[in-house]
Structures are given as C-alpha cells and as structure tokens.
Design a protein around this ligand. Structure first.
Ligand code: HMG
Length: 403
C-alpha cells in the first residue's frame, strides 16, 4: 500500500510521536488577465528575440494591472479550491511574499476576510525572497502534526518588478499559488527530508524605499547554482538518496532557463536514459512558467503545478524533488511523493483556460500599465471594476479597499 509506505513520523513539540501523512491536498494558481509577448518586448528593446525565448526560456510575461495587487491575487488563487468545510477547518493562513503592501499588517489578514475563513484562525505573512512559501509549507506541516484536524492555507503571491528598460525587465511577472495543506492529502505527501542552507549575500534585494528590485544578475545566477550544489550534496549525505530516486525535479524558476541550468548541473550523476527522462519532465515543469514569468515566492510551486498538469507519465508513489531558492539567500532541497488519485485533484483545465483567455498587450500599453501607481500620500483613489473575483477597489485614508 502506497499510503503505508509514505507514513512519516513527526515528533511534535510536546514530545509525542505522531504517524500521519501530511501534505498538499489541493493547489491552484492565478495570474492576471493581461500579458506582453516576449518577442515583441525584445524587438522594442532592440534585443534579438531568441535571447528572451531561448536564452531565458520565456515566451510571455504576465502584467499586473493596478486593480490586481498581491492581496487580490492571493485571494483569486485560493477561492476556486476552497469548500465551506475547508474554510471552517482552516485555522492558519500563511502568505509568503516579498511584495508586501504594508510594513505592519499581514496580507493574510485581508485574504482571511476576503475568503470568509473561520474567524478563529492565525494569519501571518512570511518573508525571505522567493523562499518564503517553502518555509510556509514546512510550518504548515509542523502545525498539522500537532493539530491533525486542522487545515492550513499557504499562499505565495508576488509581482516581480525590475523596471522598464532594465536587464531584469525580461524576468518580470505576476501571480499567486494557493496550496491547502492537510493530513491524508490527496495530491502529495511532503516528506520529512528538507535540507536548507542560509548565507548572507546581496544577489537580489529591495530596500524599503524602492518599488523596484536591485539585482546583481550574474552573481544571482551563480549563487542559485552554488546553493543547489550545497543543499543537494548535503541532502544525499543525510538521506542516502541519488538522483535516480526521483521521477522529476521542480526548480524555482525566475526564468525557465535557470532551472534547466540547475538540472544540467545534476544530470551527469545518472545514465543517459534517466537524463532524457528527467529532461522530459523538466519540459513539462516549465510550460506555465514560460508564459507567466517570475512570480518570486510562487515560481517553484507554479512549476510544480505545471509538472503535475502537463506531464503524461507521473504516477502515485512517484517522488518529486523540489529546489527552493530565495535570494539573500536561503536554499532548500526537499521532496514530495504523489498519492493515489492525485490526478483527480488537479485544476489543469482551469489553469489552461486562464492562460489561454488572457489578452495580449502591446508593448506601449504594457508600459502604461506598468507605470500606474497608487497614491503615496493617502489621498482617495477609486478604481474601475475588473473581471476577476477579487480586486483592489481603491485607496482611502491610507487604507486599501478590496472587493
Ligand atoms: P542579461 O544580461 O540580460 O542576459 O541578464 P545574458 O547576457 O546573461 O543572456 C542571457 C542568456 O541568453 C545567456 O544564456 C545568453 O547566452 C543567451 P546562458 O549563457 O546564461 O545560458 N543569449 C541568447 N540565446 C539565444 N539566442 C540569442 C541569445 N543572446 C543571448 N540571440 C539575467 C539575464 C537573468 C541575469 C537578468 O535578466 C537578471 O538580472 N534577472 C533578474 C535576476 C534573476 O532572475 N536571477 C536568477 C537567479 S536569482 C533567483 O532566482 C532569485 C530571484 O527569483 C529573486 C528572489 O529570490 O526573490 C531573482
């Protein structure tokens, strides 16, 4: 029985040992309804289009209109998968983000209200660049080990902004991923094997006074690969596993070629047949990311969704390795194992329709939308209605209003 094989032992913090499967019960992503084409962006920037489409592996880039901020995107990612019973059972909402809209108030508090979650719940925001949702997942597992009947909603939501005409512009994007974490999950068990590594570096960061990220592009690429090497080496030492133990790998994808570089770094450890199989899975894992761009905290999980939705030969019992990287920096290598019936829990049609129904912007319109900003002096702003379930409706007395 796959279920029995997967049962992991968690020692909770009152010392009791619990045997239960904990992991991802449902997952769904949201990206705004407009995008810019990467070939058109390349032409406008006087760059060879192949640099963006092949060199970076990106074909389209999601653009966030002013009505879609990280809060509304988070709620839009979560609502399609939550039943009334889920909303009653959720007693913890964790929002991982580096696009926070307030220094004090957690975006999870807005999300809790918008989604109509049980009022006796915790709601917090976590930050460590693109890594925050991973620690959100691991925190959710610990919480459920102690409170087996509870469910935890983990959401990753971000808008990646480097600025017009910058070298990072080609790696922008916007979107959110919502994951419901519970015992006896119906998608995948989160295995108790995570290896993380922290080092104090400046490869990518965003000072409080800036709406744009600062980045040392080449250094960030090197560190991404170096942290991968470090956590993978330690992971092998601690678990005695090899690359051959994984059916697929999902990477944090700031742009999809970055994950390919990560994969290629590991591939020499397996034979040619396994190299080809892992490369094929990787292609499935970047289908959505190529069309959305970087969504920071959600990028790894968007890639996981892409893999689950697009791969033709994943089966219950397969183990998928995940590499999470957040600049600054923290890297983490861990794995999940698919459970019986996981395919029935995927929202592949809804994801495909969302991407296919988006509207392409001209580069000129993308630039106009990109430059729209909310008032910074507390003055009132009323925004017109957009087509999403949740949106930013305006600002009044320094407060964001949603509907
Ligand atoms: P750049 O200077 O625009 O591009 O920077 P480049 O000159 O490095 O070229 C990119 C690739 O295109 C190269 O491939 C070129 O050879 C190729 P590579 O050698 O790397 O394999 N190329 C072409 N290919 C085909 N046909 C052509 C052609 N021309 C060139 N004609 C960079 C690119 C990604 C550095 C920049 O966009 C950037 O700084 N982006 C933001 C930083 C970033 O995404 N870093 C990734 C690692 S850090 C990370 O993942 C964390 C992050 O998500 C933040 C967080 O944690 O919160 C960013």
């Amino acid at each position: 029985m796959i279920g029995d094989k997967l049962r992991y032992t968690y020692r909770n913090d009152v010392g009791r040992v619990t045997n239960m499967n904990i992991g991802i019960d449902k997952l769904h992503f949201f990206t705004p309804h407009v995008y810019v084409d990467m070939e058109e962006l390349a032409e406008a920037r006087d760059v060879e289009p192949a640099k963006f489409t092949i060199g970076l592996g990106q074909t389209q880039q999601a653009v966030a209109p002013i009505t879609q901020d990280p809060v509304s995107m988070a709620a839009n990612a979560a609502w399609p998968i939550l039943t009334d019973d889920d909303k009653e059972a959720i007693d913890f909402i964790i929002v991982g983000s580096e696009s926070g809209v307030d220094q004090s108030k957690a975006m999870a508090v807005h999300v809790h209200q918008l989604l109509g979650i049980n009022p006796f719940a915790r709601a917090i925001e976590m930050k460590e660049a693109c890594y925050a949702a991973t620690v959100g997942l691991q925190t959710a597992v610990s919480h459920i080990a102690r409170h087996p009947e509870s469910k935890v909603l983990v959401i990753a939501t971000d808008i990646a902004r480097y600025g017009l005409n910058t070298s990072g512009e080609s790696t922008q994007g916007a979107g959110a991923v919502a994951m419901l974490i519970s015992k006896d999950p119906r998608v995948a068990v989160i295995n108790d094997d995570a290896v993380s590594y922290t080092g104090d570096i400046y490869d990518f960061w965003r000072p409080n006074y800036s709406t744009y990220a600062q980045v040392d592009g080449k250094f960030s690429n090197e560190q991404y690969l170096s942290y991968l090497e470090t956590v993978w080496t330690e992971y092998k030492k601690r678990t005695n596993k090899t690359l051959a133990d994984f059916k697929a790998l999902a990477f944090h994808l700031p742009y999809s070629k970055m994950g390919l570089k990560g994969l290629r770094q590991l591939l020499p450890e397996v034979d040619e047949a396994k190299q080809a199989a892992l490369t094929e899975q990787f292609e499935a894992s970047r289908v959505y990311n190529k069309r959305v761009g970087n969504i920071y905290t959600g990028s790894l999980y968007l890639s996981l969704i892409s893999l689950l939705d697009q791969s033709q030969d994943l089966q219950a019992g397969d183990t998928i390795a995940l590499y999470s990287y957040g600049s600054g920096a923290v890297g983490e290598f861990f794995s999940i194992t698919l459970v019986e019936g996981f395919k029935d829990m995927l929202a592949d049609e809804s994801h495909q329709a969302m991407l296919d129904n988006r509207i392409q912007l001209s580069v000129a319109d993308y630039e106009l939308i990109f430059q729209e900003e909310l008032p910074t002096d507390g003055s009132q702003l009323v925004l017109s209605e957009d087509e999403e379930q949740f949106q930013l409706a305006g600002v009044e007395d320094h407060k964001r209003l949603y509907k």
